[in-house]
Design a protein around this ligand. Structure first.
Ligand code: PEP
Ligand code: MG
Length: 539
């Protein structure tokens, strides 16, 4: 039995078998082989296995995100069976007498480079697909679980680190909890875990080589503790805590259908944060009054090319229709920093959090932005949509956004496609936006305060840097004063102000937020009912 402490990301308890994800294991070695025929049999077997995995991914994506999103896995299946690609692997095995993994890796690199060097933008973007396919093939050859996250049984995932794009690919029903050696509690991977109600710990100094796949693990988010190979007594105690936790959750269910209202009659809207259509179920199950933050960039992650206008339209429509008359606030693309997708070709930056990200990409590459805006304007007629823009620092940015939106609307009207310009707001997540909130409030319909980035930029602390987690203090008076300033500016011009950063779910601050006159709190679905309980207790 080994116990470790870590940083809690989500407060639940889980008991289950370990699945170990070791990324360094995927480095491929060159080995001499005797029998090329046998090596080719291995390739054929791996292709078959990869094809089955892709079919499963296709089926799952079809069910959760629709035909357009699933199509990429169909394309991968076709590329996997490309004759030139397989012939190149075979030639290398035969001529150089090397192992299949090495031949697949080198061929994959060569093909990816060939695509990357092409002039056509579409073909260039296929380079990432080729890499993805080769990685899958290598993974099937080595027999590892790899990044497919295709676990047969629900398990506790133990890894060095997980990126947001890996996390979005996980089948939420198969992950009981996750534990990572690295990672900050403020990262988007952590936010995803909270959104998915998955108990999670980061910064756990475990040695992955010492963990037997399938061995029992207890993850206790409440205590910030993980136990590998627990004895019977520990298991019994954890089981008791789990049952108590379930009982608490059952009691919270009684709050369903009740209002978010203080004892003195002040109402606050409590909305949910989601990452895609697949999360709407959690929001509704937890009685969300609306969606306060749909992080649309997650539609762009875990894939190899930009989602088309049609794909995005379908995703937004699905969420809007499922939510009915309830408000859905879609935040436009906030890619960059820790949320990376290869096909954006963003390049390496010294300071990515201060770099080319979010609205800056959208304003510099308006074609990408316009595709999203067109999809949103079209989807707007399907429900109660609001659009929100991230990382705003100036009034000029907002004015430029409105110009691009106007162009998108004109294009749609010329194409005779139904559309509507909905309510539009901005995120207040930079100190600059707070300082000019008076001016910004006159341009937009609402503010949503992003306390995660506002804390990062106010305190000059990289939210991704795990070494700085002790210094990252969203309760800092500077941050709280900024929230108050932003809310006051919004109200001065008759606009509403909400909080969609993680601080909105901090029950120790609920009273203060109510006193500030915050109109809406948007939190991960699992925090809706605890927040309702807290609001109803307030005088
Ligand atoms: C924030 O910064 O508070 C926010 C809600 O956006 P994200 O966490 O996605 O950066
Ligand atoms: Mg942010």
């Amino acid at each position: 039995m080994v116990k470790y402490k870590g940083k809690t990301v989500y407060n639940g308890i889980a008991i289950g078998p370990a699945a170990v994800l070791k990324k360094e294991d995927r480095k491929v070695r060159r080995e001499k082989i005797q029998d090329p025929g046998q090596e080719m049999d291995r390739v054929r077997e791996a292709v078959k296995k990869a094809r089955e995995q892709l079919q499963q991914l296709y089926d799952r994506a079809l069910a959760s995100a629709g035909e357009a999103s699933a199509a990429i896995f169909e394309v991968h299946q076709m590329m996997l069976e490309d004759e030139d690609y397989l012939e190149a692997i075979e030639n290398m095995i035969k001529k150089e007498r090397v192992n299949a993994e090495y031949a697949a890796a080198v061929t994959g690199d060569n093909f990816a480079r060939m695509f990357a060097d092409m002039d056509d933008e579409y073909m260039k973007a296929r380079s990432a697909d080729v890499k993805d396919i080769s990685n899958r093939l290598i993974q099937c050859l080595t027999g590892g679980e790899g990044e497919s996250f295709d676990f047969k049984e629900p398990c506790i995932l133990v890894a060095d680190d997980l990126s947001p794009s890996e996390t979005v690919q996980m089948d939420k029903d198969k992950i009981l909890a996750f534990v990572t050696v690295h990672g900050s509690a403020n990262s988007h991977t952590a936010i995803l875990a909270r959104m998915m109600n998955i108990p999670a710990l980061v910064g756990v100094p475990a040695d992955l080589n010492g963990i037997r796949p399938g061995s029992r693990v207890i993850v206790d988010g409440m205590r910030g503790e993980v136990i590998f190979d627990p004895d019977e007594a520990e298991c019994r105690l954890a089981q008791e805590r789990l049952e108590k936790e379930e009982e608490k959750l059952r009691l919270l269910q009684e709050l369903k259908g009740k209002e978010n209202i203080t004892r003195s009659g002040k109402k606050i809207r409590v909305y949910a944060n989601i990452g895609g259509p697949g999360d709407v179920g959690y929001a509704l199950e937890n009685d969300a009054e609306g969606i306060g933050l749909f992080r649309s960039e997650f539609l762009y992650l875990g894939r190899n090319d930009f989602p088309s206008e049609e794909e995005q339209f379908q995703a937004y429509r699905q969420v809007l229709q499922t939510m009915g008359e309830k408000k859905v606030i879609v935040r436009t693309l906030d890619i960059g920093a820790d949320k990376q997708a290869d096909y954006f070709n963003l390049g390496k930056e010294e300071n990515p959090a201060l770099g080319y990200r979010a609205i800056r990409i959208c304003l510099k590459q308006p074609d990408i932005f316009k595709t999203q805006l067109r999809a949103l304007l079209r989807a707007s007629i399907c429900g109660n949509l609001s659009i929100m823009y991230p990382m705003i620092t100036s009034a000029a940015e907002v004015k430029k956004i409105f110009e691009i939106l106007e162009e998108a609307k004109k294009e749609l009207e010329e194409a005779r496609l139904d559309c509507r310009v909905p309510e539009q707001g901005i995120m207040i997540e930079t100190p600059a936006a707070v300082m000019i909130a008076d001016e910004l409030a006159q341009l937009v319909d609402f503010f949503s305060i992003g306390t995660n980035d506002l804390t990062q930029y106010t305190l000059a602390i990289d939210r991704q840097n795990e070494k700085l987690d002790d210094f990252y203090d969203p309760h800092h008076p500077a941050v709280l004063r900024m929230i108050r300033m932003a809310a006051e500016s919004a109200h001065k011009y008759g606009k509403w102000a909400g909080i969609c950063g993680e601080l909105g779910a901090d029950l120790d601050l609920t009273e203060e937020f109510v006193k500030m006159g915050i109109d809406e709190l948007s939190v991960s679905p699992s925090m809706i009912l605890p927040l309702r309980k807290r609001i109803r207790e307030l005088a």
